[in-house]
Design a protein around this ligand. Structure first.
Ligand code: DHB
Length: 293
């Protein structure tokens, strides 16, 4: 699998409709992630369900998607149109996850991404045992590369417990972090911005937490797993910081929702300058090179 760059879209914004996927294919994004699909189509939560102030966002989308069968058709069409790697995101019970995995594998997806951490489903519980079960089902259903979309851990103990689970799986890409749930923003009219009140929080405010999570995975796994850093990437400097703490690729969520596909060009161009400024010949050279005092 070849990545022509380091930045692409995080699952979520502008990645469901065929024309959105085509726009990603035509952009500087080095891969394409598709919206988390479920076994049945879902309308999602009542609107307004997304809000941002230009820097940060809250969303309580509720996984609106056309269902995995239609998504598989869209992935197939996308793979005919573009040779970029496609990360196909999905969520469901172990049985559902196995069925979706097989369909996405057959449609030509390059990486099967299990979303273990949607903040807007159920009570946002994350349990090590349920992860093991879900990952086991997916591993049996495909020989392709696997990715896990991980929650934003707030402490080392909890993150290490899940590192133990990931170590037993053949998941290759750790996608860290998903938007932490329970966020609430007010709009200019003093209204709670989302109809469902709370939602996943994304944007500049989560960068420090994302860097903290990426650093711990890199410390734990070294180069045994590839880490995809997600959280607060708006510039080349942000992407560079994710590389320095251990990411080898970055995904962009809120900034892509706000700025569109131009964000990938901006981040790649600025990153090039940033790497040169600090004496790195390539992005790969910068991985894990943060200086510890
Ligand atoms: C949804 C929101 C998320 O932040 C996420 O990671 C997955 C799904 C949603 O509600 O659609």
């Amino acid at each position: 699998m070849h990545f022509n760059g380091i930045a692409f879209n995080a699952s979520g914004p502008r990645d469901t409709e065929p024309e959105e996927l085509k726009a990603l294919a035509d952009s500087r994004a080095c891969a394409i992630t598709t919206k988390t699909a479920t076994i049945k189509p879902r309308k999602g939560n009542p609107k307004p369900r997304y809000y941002d102030d230009g820097d940060n966002s809250v969303n309580s989308m509720g996984l609106p998607n056309p269902g995995y069968e239609e998504m598989a058709r869209r992935i197939k069409a996308l793979k005919h149109y573009s040779d970029k790697p496609v990360f196909a995101s999905f969520s469901g019970s172990p049985r559902e996850a196995a069925a979706i995995t097989s369909a996405f594998d057959e449609a030509g997806a390059d990486v099967l991404e299990l979303n273990l951490s949607c903040p807007n489903l159920g009570k946002g519980k994350t349990e090590a045992e349920s992860w093991l079960e879900g990952l086991g089902a997916v591993e049996e259903a495909t020989k392709k590369s696997l990715a896990a979309k991980l929650p934003c851990f707030l402490n080392a103990c909890e993150q290490e417990l899940f590192c133990g689970v990931l170590e037993q799986s053949r998941v290759k890409y750790l996608v860290a972090v998903n938007s932490p749930g329970g966020g609430l923003m007010l709009n200019q009219k003093n209204e709670i911005a989302l109809k469902p009140l709370h939602g996943g929080y994304g944007g500049k405010g989560i960068k420090a937490l994302a860097l903290g999570n990426v650093f711990r995975y890199h410390e734990y796994f070294g180069n045994k797993k590839k880490i995809i850093g997600v959280g607060g990437v708006f510039s080349g400097r942000d992407a560079f910081e994710h590389l320095l703490v251990g990411a080898s690729l970055v995904e962009i969520g809120t900034a892509y929702q706000i700025h569109g596909t131009g964000i990938f060009t901006r981040v790649e161009n600025e990153l090039k300058t940033e790497l040169e400024k600090h004496g790195f010949k390539s992005a790969g050279e910068a991985i894990g090179k943060a200086i510890q005092l």
